[in-house]
Design a protein around this ligand. Structure first.
Ligand code: C2G
Length: 131
């Protein structure tokens, strides 16, 4: 079984997220999503999520491409995640291109093109929601 992992906040889930999850799953047979916790989002990304971790986890677990959701609590957990879950391929959108090449020592690293013109920030802006 070829295992794939990807990381993210996935707040206000949209078709750009679904596109990356679908293509990540196409890289193997089992997709793990490491979902940024509320604390990690605020402390490390200054992102205040609309949906809580539990709500975002429930949404992701309902997606056919997703096999397991684990918490992302630190920037530094990727190597141990790859080892612990015996991951073959790490996938991220290409806005992160090059940032995780250090993982090549442990698994295949794949950056996939982002879906243009959609983002959680754009949705909030279009809805006139303060960031
Ligand atoms: N994404 C995409 N197309 C978009 C928006 C997002 O392909 N229009 C991808 C991103 O490239 C990323 C994933 O969807 O691979 C999740 O995006 P975010 O929820 O914004 O995650 P991010 O804040 O980039 O956190 O340790 C890594 C971080 O947790 C990534």
């Amino acid at each position: 079984m070829k295992k794939v992992i990807t990381y993210g906040t996935f707040d206000l889930l949209h078709y750009g997220h679904i596109n990356i999850l679908r293509r990540a799953k196409e890289q193997g047979d089992y997709l793990i999503v490491a979902l940024s916790t509320d604390e990690f989002n605020w402390n490390e990304k200054r992102k205040k999520c609309y949906f809580t971790y539990e709500q975002r986890k429930q949404l992701l677990e309902s997606i056919r491409y997703v096999d397991l959701v684990i918490p992302e609590e630190s920037w530094d957990q990727k190597i141990s995640d790859v080892k612990e879950f015996r991951v073959d391929t790490f996938v991220m959108g290409d806005d992160w291109k090059g940032k995780f090449d250090f993982l090549q020592e442990y698994c295949e690293v794949v950056y996939l093109p982002r879906t243009p013109e959609i983002s959680t920030t754009q949705i909030k802006s279009d809805l006139g929601v303060k960031k």
